[in-house]
Design a protein around this ligand. Structure first.
Ligand code: NOJ
Length: 471
């Protein structure tokens, strides 16, 4: 009987860590984005201190142990390790910090899954063009090698990039995430392309230089809604759904798992719209060069971040408008029967995860899958007795178990987002995803389990004993 590993997510970059300029850390694009006036972060909030995990790591470890987690997903802050982004200057205190975090986890029988990049590019690299620059692929590879070399004797599960879709679209199309670039229809494709190139190089580096002696696995965390046609009998809605999935999940998964290139429907939609707008054929979606390491096969498992679902119909068309939305030409709507929890985009649809898992199994050649993020938020007055979130975790884990047992999906693990309430990017501290409440008004940032935290601990211990009984 296969096993579901129950982990928790958290981060040690801007979501949780704070210490934004402590001990030689360099600024990241999120530090800049928060500090510059007129930006879109709620009420001028920032990740300067957030949960202060940089100083309070042992408190976090206590929470992790209290939940009984078997795995913990954390992200490294690139500019804490390499303040200017390159190995010319290593911050020894940052290094010591992450070594302690990893060693403490292992000493507590918790296996770390480590993400190298979680939205926070060193500002020094942004100043040289950031992810729009083709040079970034080699620079990222060198950072990745540094991390494999330094931590890879102990870390066996790696994520190169977290949610490249979000970096590309929210950061470079909509401009609502750092670095706040708004170049619709152009920059996002370039950024996505360079991120994929960087990922591929890092995976090949691991494969050639480290795999034999370290024996770990490397992937890329892809976020996607589940999507289904608004009217299942409508060919237009069905085609729009195909585009919706191609422009989110497919954009980053197709090159790794299917062809080494973008989904055909994505290429053709962009070409058609480019021609209409007078661009040269294919000019906006770059092509992968045959002289570079191939992308196909550069994921040792499928890392999936799932939060919500949509019903899809064709978009408004937006003729003459340059942008991803008009290229994609698909609009996702929330079914009125789906409850929306906390933040407006998060319609709660647990069985959407089961359907998405089936889709991944069928489309991407039955990969081993880790659900690297999933969660439920609250907004407004804090509810420590969060029964809705408790129900959510029971339901979603039930769906994962069904996918595993009834649909034959090769699910290897599930990570709840998040261990603690934290800095939720442009929404600041208004959106709370934690299994532990954090009181941001007090300097000690006390962590207190929500009812859902206690129940999650109960679910883990139940699964652990079932696993033991089955073995
Ligand atoms: C995805 C991101 O990886 C994480 O940082 C964020 O807080 C959650 N989703 C919730 O929006």
């Amino acid at each position: 009987m296969p096993v579901i590993i129950l982990g928790g997510g958290g981060d040690y970059e801007i979501n949780l860590a704070g210490g934004w300029d402590a001990d030689d850390k360099g600024p990241s694009i999120w530090d800049t984005f928060c500090h510059e006036g007129g930006r879109l972060v709620l009420e001028g909030q920032s990740g300067d201190v957030t949960c202060n995990s940089y100083e309070l790591w042992e408190e976090d470890l206590r929470c992790i142990r209290q939940l009984g987690l078997t795995h913990y997903r954390l992200s490294l802050s690139w500019s804490r390790l390499l303040p200017e982004g390159t190995t010319r200057h290593v911050n020894q205190k940052g290094l010591r910090y992450y070594n302690k975090v990893i060693n403490d986890l292992l000493a507590s029988d918790v296996l770390p899954m480590v993400t190298l990049y979680h939205f926070d590019l060193p500002q020094a690299l942004q100043d040289q063009g950031g992810w729009k620059s083709p040079e970034m692929a080699a620079i990222f590879d060198s950072y990745a090698r540094f991390c494999f070399e330094t931590f890879g004797d102990r870390v066996k599960l790696w994520i190169t990039l977290n949610e490249p879709y979000v970096c590309a679209k929210l950061g470079h199309e909509d401009g609502i995430f750092a670095p706040g670039v708004k170049e619709p229809g152009i920059a996002a494709y370039l950024v996505g392309h360079n991120m994929l190139r960087g990922h591929a190089r890092a995976w090949h580096s691991y494969n050639v230089l480290y795999r034999a002696k370290q024996g770990g696995s490397v992937s890329l965390a892809i976020n996607s809604d589940w999507a289904e046609p608004l009217d299942p009998a409508s060919p237009d809605d069905t085609a729009a759904t195909e585009r919706y999935l191609a422009f989110t999940l497919g954009w980053f998964a197709w090159p790794l798992f299917v062809t080494g290139d973008y989904p055909e429907v994505m290429r053709s939609s962009i070409e058609v719209r480019s021609k209409e707008l007078g661009y040269q054929e294919g000019s906006r979606l770059p092509r992968f060069s045959k002289d570079e390491p191939s992308l196909l096969g550069t994921a040792d498992f499928f890392a999936l971040n799932y939060y919500t679902s949509r019903r899809v119909k064709p978009g408004e068309g937006c003729p003459g408008v340059l942008g991803l939305k008009s290229d994609q030409d698909a609009e996702g709507v929330v079914d009125p029967s789906w409850p929306v929890c906390g933040v407006s985009w998060l319609a709660v649809v647990p069985d959407g995860l089961r359907k998405l898992l089936m889709y991944v199994k069928d489309t991407f050649n039955n990969p081993a899958i880790y659900i690297t993020e999933n969660g439920f938020s609250q907004m407004g007055p804090v509810d420590m007795e969060d029964v809705q979130r408790c129900g959510f975790y029971h339901d979603i884990i039930q769906e994962v178990a069904r996918a595993l047992r009834e649909d034959g999906v090769d699910v290897r693990g599930y990570f709840a987002w998040s261990l603690l309430d934290n800095f939720e990017w442009a929404d600041g501290f208004s959106v709370r995803f934690g299994l532990f409440h954090v009181d941001f008004s007090r300097p000690e940032r006390p962590r207190t389990p929500y009812r859902s935290g206690r129940e999650y601990a109960g679910i883990i211990s139940k699964y652990r004993s079932q696993t033991r009984a089955n073995n």
